[in-house]
Design a protein around this ligand. Structure first.
Ligand code: ATP
Length: 606
């Protein structure tokens, strides 16, 4: 995203799992989140359960009446009695159809709503994810979670929950009907319990890990493809095609092994279940036959129970089939819920609020993961409202400094304060409101120009949007055929990098933060336009603290003060004229920028 609103703070190690991947929620958290979602729709849940309960009760009536008909005929009853019972059966069948239809309708609406809640929650959480966490996790992981896990978990809500609830109710009602007809024959169902329990436990014990592994492997494929696509030019230039192909083959092989494992689990589990289903019917017929000859039960009772055992098997089968899909859905939900753990862990909690836009760094040291320090004890104070420039050679640590000030990263040692408050301790929303970082990477969303700007301030009116565009010199925006309603990005109007950069700068004006950090934010504009834009921006942002990481030294020239950063320390600090007079690092940079040889005469300071 272009306006890199100071995304986050790392308070210790973020809860990303191996390889920096986003965390996966535990079973208890998945259950809690599931219950929370169900509770948010309790009225619909109760309606769906009620309607299906009536449908299941009506479905149990037919076998019971069948038994009545048999007993009626066995007792020498007439056709009139059979007709009466047959009418009852027909009425029960109509009730089954009507209540199942109504229950399914309510259940599917419920499923869609739960799925929508989950999606909205996920999008909210993704937008609040700290940038370093996303960087470490890799875009593939987040992409797979949103493109594969969200639909999978959506299926769980849309189909899984209704199917399992309905089937569970049917099993209970049919079992109740069997026990009511004959407790002895009803008990015959128990013969299916041991094999089904053993089989299901065996499967469940392995399935969660299997499906999580399958999902993780998909993320790895996503990462590898994204990396190959992003670095296609480099791959071509250095002839790395074979290496990229091998990396792709390796991830596909890992994924294939994971898929084969879950396939193996299914190929054992389902045939085993099919075998278990035959047992209760056989038991009812054997026990029922023996009892009939003993005169304990009637022929009609045996027939009713035999039909009910067959009827129970359909919903039971449904439940067990769904056990498999629920495992997949639960694995997906665990990955979706895992995102919440990052959000909670990285959000600061102080009640203190910055009093102004003063930026203070005290003895700040920072190292990237698996690397040595790139900042070696930087101390700086930028008073509120100052226009401050940071210059220095490539790799000196300027962008790192920008990330620390904006709270994207936290220092390994030392403190970064805004208006007297530790940036790390500020809640995420507050940080985003107070400090904005604009880098040279800009994203134009596939949406109207108005929507692209309103990201920074949803309440801004057209006049405010237009004046923000004017302030950054985006004159092209006023010539657009549909004005602010012109669609940008995607297959609509493609903007060049300079125009995209202007949109990012206009967002800054609309967001109106206390502190603005511009990290090569005008690098895509031509030098004259860049200087004009910076001056216009400076006028609009007057009173805000503006820290500009400058490659073009005219930015430094226009600033109130300049820090020269070299090898992770502040080597010089002062105004343009002062630093030129000092004839140190800055004077060298200034001469080099003007194409003169570097002939430093003064001494270093800082
Ligand atoms: P440039 O002007 O080229 O952008 P810079 O002064 O902004 O350079 P930084 O980008 O802050 O310098 O980099 C400082 C040091 O940290 C460099 O040695 C760089 O290689 C290293 N570095 C930067 N980003 C990362 C990263 N994500 N992981 C590891 N090391 C990094």
């Amino acid at each position: 995203m272009s306006t890199e609103t100071s995304a986050s703070v790392q308070t210790g190690t973020p809860p990303a799992t191996k390889g920096g991947r986003l965390p996966v929620a535990g079973r208890a958290e998945v259950r809690r989140s599931f219950a929370r979602l169900l509770l948010s729709e309790k009225f619909r849940v109760l309606s769906a359960v009620g309607l299906h309960l009536v449908a299941a009760a009506a479905a149990a009536v037919a076998p019971l009446l069948l038994g009545e008909i048999i007993d009626h005929l066995a007792a020498g009853g007439g056709v009139a009695g059979v007709d009466r019972l047959a009418v009852g059966m027909a009425a029960a069948c109509i009730a089954v159809v009507l209540f199942t239809w109504a229950g399914t309708f309510v259940a599917h609406r419920l499923g869609e709503r739960l799925s929508a809640h989950m999606r909205e929650q996920f999008v909210d959480r993704c937008l609040r994810l700290p940038m370093p966490v996303v960087e470490r996790a890799g875009s593939g992981d987040l992409m797979t979670r949103s493109s594969a896990d969200v639909p999978e978990a959506g299926n769980l809500f849309r189909d899984g929950v209704p199917q399992v609830t309905v089937s569970g109710l049917k099993v209970l009602v049919f079992l109740g009907a069997m026990l009511w007809v004959s407790p002895l024959l009803g008990m015959c169902m128990l013969v299916a319990v041991p094999p089904i329990t053993i089989g299901t436990r065996w499967y469940l014990k392995r399935a969660r890990h299997g499906y999580l592994r399958e999902r993780e492997a998909e993320s790895e494929i996503g990462d590898t493809i994204a990396a190959s696509a992003d670095g296609a030019r480099t791959t071509g230039a250095y002839r790395l095609e074979d290496r990229r192909r091998r990396a792709g083959d390796d991830t596909v092989a890992t994924s294939w092994a994971a898929v084969r494992h879950t396939l193996f689990l299914r190929s054992v589990f389902f045939p085993f279940l099919d075998g278990s289903y035959a047992l209760p019917t056989a038991a009812v017929l054997i026990v029922g036959g023996a009892c009939y000859f003993e005169g304990v039960v009637s022929l009609g009772m045996v027939a009713s129970c035999a039909v009910l055992t067959r009827q129970i098997m359909f919903p039971l089968d449904h439940i067990l089939v769904w056990v498999e899909r629920i495992q997949r859905g639960a694995a997906a939900l665990a990955r979706i819920e895992g995102v919440a753990e990052v959000e909670g862990a990285e959000d600061g909690a102080t009640d203190e609020r910055p009093v102004d836009g003063t930026v203070e760094l005290r003895d700040v040291r920072y190292a990237y993961p698996n690397g040595g320090d790139v900042l070696h004890g930087v101390s700086l104070t930028v008073p509120a409202g100052e226009r401050f420039a940071v210059v220095g050679p490539s790799g000196a640590g300027k962008s790192t400094l920008a990330r620390l000030i904006s709270g994207v990263d936290a220092p390994r040692e030392g403190t970064v304060r805004i208006g007297g408050v530790d940036v790390a301790a500020l809640p995420l929303d507050e940080r985003r409101r107070r400090v904005n970082l604009v880098t040279q990477e800009h994203h134009v969303f596939t949406a109207t120009l108005r929507d692209n700007l309103a990201l920074a301030d949803a309440g801004a009116d057209d006049e405010e949007l237009r004046s923000a565009l004017a302030a950054v010199g985006a004159d092209w925006a006023f010539d657009l055929p549909e004005g602010l309603d012109t669609r940008l990005g995607g297959t609509a109007r493609e903007l060049d990098a300079a125009s995209a950069q202007q949109i990012a700068l206009a967002r800054i004006i609309l967001a109106d933060p206390d502190v603005v950090i511009l990290d090569e934010a005008t690098s895509m504009l031509d030098p004259r336009a860049a200087r004009d834009t910076e001056r216009a921006l400076g006028a609009v942002l007057a009173g805000r603290t503006v820290i500009a990481i400058a490659h073009r030294l005219h930015t430094a020239h226009d600033a109130d003060r300049i820090a020269v950063v070299e090898r992770g320390i502040v080597a010089e600090l002062g105004g343009h004229d002062e630093l030129i007079a000092r004839d140190g690092h800055y004077a060298d940079l200034w001469r080099a920028w003007h194409g003169e040889p570097a002939t430093r005469r003064g001494t270093d300071s800082g």
